[in-house]
Ligand binder design. Structure first.
Ligand SMILES: Cc1cc2nc3c(=O)[nH]c(=O)nc-3n(C[C@H](O)[C@H](O)[C@H](O)COP(=O)(O)OP(=O)(O)OC[C@H]3O[C@@H](n4cnc5c(N)ncnc54)[C@H](O)[C@@H]3O)c2cc1C
Length: 406
């Protein structure tokens, strides 16, 4: 098969499908290819906070239609104490097979958008002295070879992006900390009064509990790097560790695991060059980071939105080099704060010392401490923001929505 389109997108999950929706709306002839078939799952948990992107794509109602709980609170445990508060707006925890499928269905509802499932892209076509990308070759499940041409090829093919490799996109801002993550789905975990995202900071590990539909939760665990083999070989370690978290032994009493515990040795941290002649990267292909802050899906949707705007500007006569330079600049400005906070978060994940835990427990139980401490919090956070510039800014940003003025 030989075909000519306006934009080829390699990878049809959150990054690829969301871009296809935006380009479909613009009337572009788009071809998405993915080696997977849909609906299908992928390695990811489900924290989704920036829901305005789904609203803009006109898919929020459908994503919520499976009966997802609206998660309005967040609780962070330090050893056996916790702090809890409302969130500025609700979050969701949709399964990835569902979320990706809703996005794909919306994309292919445009006549000018097509999806080829079970098609593995095997190489890029290039032309001219500068090797401008002008299309690609793919093989289908029966081994049939296909050539597709387009002035723009987008790699939305994940953190191990082949498109990035074939164009030689350089990595930068790399950081080596890689932390293993395990997760599983549990029925009948005793719920809190209101749907709440729970974060357990314990012994240098991070537990995270995301309420999905009523009666089912996703339980995750980021463990210490040296623990990967133990947790991979002995899946019961997952539940044993979870039961040590405050209240969880009782709350897991009637709970049952659905399926098995899934894990990865870790997710790399980097940026990649965002674009070049005839190509661009979005989603994890352009930027990958540890999932502990649960930002990857939002980031993918944000990058699609920026790239669609840049392609529109190019359509209106601006130079490709100019619009892609702007795309990369805005992408990095948007992703920088979350990246730095994530790196800071995973680096400071050490076990609490006995003294730290004891002090926190005592403070949590003593309202007088909070009377005294809260008034100084802005200054303390500002002081720490010298090392992590976004720390104060991110708290202030959310606090303003609860009426905070410094
Ligand atoms: C354990 C874990 C937990 C996570 N938890 C969260 C969370 O709670 N919240 C959050 O926001 N993010 C989370 N993330 C991150 C999030 O999953 C990613 O940021 C997100 O999936 C990136 O989407 P993407 O579309 O860029 O890439 P992907 O989801 O990786 O999709 C890439 C697609 O490209 C296709 N592809 C690849 N190569 C080819 C090829 N050669 N030809 C054809 N198709 C190809 C693949 O089949 C795949 O479908 C987590 C990640 C991990 C690993």
């Amino acid at each position: 098969m030989k075909q000519q389109v306006d934009v080829i997108i390699v990878g049809a999950r959150v990054a690829g499908a969301s871009l296809a929706i935006l380009l479909g709306e613009m009337g572009k002839k788009v071809l998405m290819l993915d080696k997977s078939s849909f609906p299908s799952d992928t390695l990811s948990t489900h924290h989704l906070s920036h829901l305005h992107y789904l609203k803009q794509l006109d898919v929020l109602d459908e994503v919520e239609a499976t009966g997802l709980r609206k998660i309005k609170r967040m609780r962070t445990y330090i050893a056996d104490s916790f702090i809890e508060g409302p969130r500025e707006s609700y979050t969701l925890a949709p399964r990835r097979d569902h979320l990706d499928h809703v996005l794909i269905n919306k994309a292919i509802s445009y006549e000018n958008v097509e999806l080829l499932e079970g098609y593995q892209v095997i190489s890029l076509l290039k032309k001219g002295m500068q090797g401008e990308v002008c299309g690609l070759e793919a093989v289908d499940k029966r081994g049939g070879k296909h050539t597709i041409k387009a002035p723009i090829t987008v790699g939305a093919d994940g953190k191990n992006s082949s498109v990035a490799k074939w164009v030689g996109a350089k990595k930068y801002g790399e950081y080596s900390t890689v932390r293993p993550v395990f997760y599983g789905y549990y029925f009948n975990v005793k719920p809190l009064m209101e749907p709440t995202t729970e974060i357990f900071l314990n012994e240098g590990r991070i537990g995270f509990l995301f309420p999905m539909e009523p009666g089912i939760d996703c339980l995750g665990l980021e463990v210490r790097p040296e623990e990967f083999n133990k947790f991979a070989k002995e899946p019961q370690s997952f539940e044993e560790t979870y039961r040590q978290f405050y209240g969880m032994s009782d709350r897991l009493e009637e709970a049952t695991l659905q399926g098995r515990i899934i894990g990865t040795p870790g997710v790399p941290n980097f940026f990649r060059e965002a674009a070049g002649k005839g190509w661009a990267l979005i989603g994890d292909a352009g930027h990958s980071k540890d999932p502990s802050t649960g930002l990857g899906i939002n980031d993918a949707l944000m990058q699609s939105s920026l790239l669609a705007k840049s392609i529109k500007a190019w359509d209106q006569g601006e130079s490709w080099e100019g619009v892609m330079k702007e795309f990369q600049k805005r992408r990095d400005e948007n992703l920088g704060p979350g990246y730095r906070l994530t790196l800071d978060y995973i680096q400071t994940r050490k076990p609490w010392s006995a003294n730290e835990s004891a002090l926190f427990q005592a403070m949590a139980a003593n309202p007088m401490v909070w009377n005294r401490v809260v008034q100084h919090l802005p200054d303390v956070l500002k002081q720490h923001s010298e090392e992590t510039p976004e720390l104060y800014g991110s708290v202030e940003y959310e606090a303003k929505n609860f009426g905070f003025h410094y």
